[in-house]
Write a protein that binds this ligand. Structure first.
Ligand SMILES: Cc1cc2nc3c(=O)[nH]c(=O)nc-3n(C[C@H](O)[C@H](O)[C@H](O)COP(=O)(O)O)c2cc1C
Length: 325
């Protein structure tokens, strides 16, 4: 079992539950973040937000950054291709929204992003990565963190060198998802690289990649000695994973979430999505969440089908109501 007293400090931010909800585009909006937080997530992140969109004051982009006090501590993750754009965007985020952290995305493998030199494309040019990071660190008065992949491909693994360079520049923590860009989500995350990074920097290292269970958490802490753990896909339709971890640490039993509770959470998630995106976009967004919430338990496929076929918000509400009554 891992050290239950594990605490971590990121700049001036002290955390006594070092379990992070991963930034996930199309998922970690206000609605899901609030729910994950209610289930105990230590830190939540926005979806990655375009620095160009921020400096153009694009309304949709700025809406992605809005958060409530309840979500703190929260990190806003930005991506971009030049030091100037990233510096200006970071300043806007800092001055207008005052999050607890600004995180730089050096991990996105999607060609639409990397073709322009942003996201994990920085792993091919460590000088540019340093310049971008330095510009962001200088622009704001809150901790700057980075989230990166291991390298562009298996012949060019750069995570440890990049970590050493960026620590000197003043970043306050690094999250490493040790897959390469080329790998996308295939194969498995190479946790040895998390250990190698941890052995070479003093700032906190947050391990990420392929955590699916308490057992995985124990293994990652033991194998890598990382300071915190970030959870992505395992939280989809399963935000109570954070409660499960907390209960495990406190030596308390965790009871599987009942169908009734699941439906209640779905109802809340749907209402929050409709609140932020309106009925049509909000209920469309909810479809994938329904599929995740109703995955892998007895009788799940019956409910999944019902939600997938639902045409609109009112049909979704009816289904939720009918199952519960
Ligand atoms: C749907 C989805 C969207 C993602 N969007 C982002 C993102 O916006 N920024 C980011 O740094 N990583 C993003 N990721 C990567 C995750 O943050 C995480 O690094 C990755 O899923 C590995 O962790 P896991 O095995 O716990 O899921 C995304 C992953 C998924 C599945």
């Amino acid at each position: 079992m891992f050290d239950i007293n594990k605490k971590i400090q990121i700049g001036n931010l002290k955390l006594d539950f070092p379990f992070f909800l991963a930034p996930m585009a199309g998922v970690t909006d206000y609605a899901f973040r609030v729910i994950a937080k209610e289930f105990g997530a230590g830190v939540v992140y926005s979806e990655f937000v375009s620095a160009h969109g921020i400096i153009r004051k694009n309304e949709k982009t700025l809406n992605m950054i809005k958060f409530s006090e309840f979500e703190r501590p929260i990190g806003i993750q930005i991506f971009g291709d030049t030091p100037e754009v990233m510096e200006n965007a970071a300043r806007v985020v800092y001055e207008k929204f005052k999050p607890d952290l600004i995180d730089i995305n050096y991990g996105c493998p999607v060609p639409k992003v990397t073709k322009k030199g942003a996201g994990s494309a920085a792993l091919k040019d460590l000088c540019l990565m340093e310049d971008i990071t330095e510009a962001v660190v200088k622009a704001v008065d809150i901790p700057v963190t980075v989230k990166m992949r291991a390298g562009w491909n298996s012949e060019n693994i750069v995570s440890t060198q990049a970590g050493i360079n960026l620590e000197k520049i003043g970043i306050k923590a690094i999250t490493l998802h040790p897959r390469t860009t080329v790998q996308m989500y295939k194969g498995s995350a190479n946790w040895d690289l998390i250990k190698e990074l941890k052995d070479n920097v003093k700032i906190p290292v947050i391990g990420n990649g392929d955590i699916k269970s308490i057992d995985d958490i124990n293994k990652m802490f033991t194998q890598t000695n990382c300071d915190g753990i970030m959870i992505g896909r395992a939280a989809l339709g399963n935000p109570w994973f954070f409660t499960q971890i907390k209960k495990y640490i406190n030596n308390e039993d965790f009871n599987e979430i009942s169908l009734e509770e699941r439906l209640e959470i779905c109802q809340k998630h749907l209402e929050l999505l409709v609140q932020i995106h309106g009925e049509i976009v909000g209920s469309n967004n909810m479809k994938k969440h329904f599929a995740w919430y109703f995955k892998g338990f007895k009788g799940a496929s019956f409910f999944r089908k019902k939600f997938v076929l639902a045409k609109n918000y009112s049909e979704m509400k009816d289904i939720l109501y009918n199952i519960r009554h």
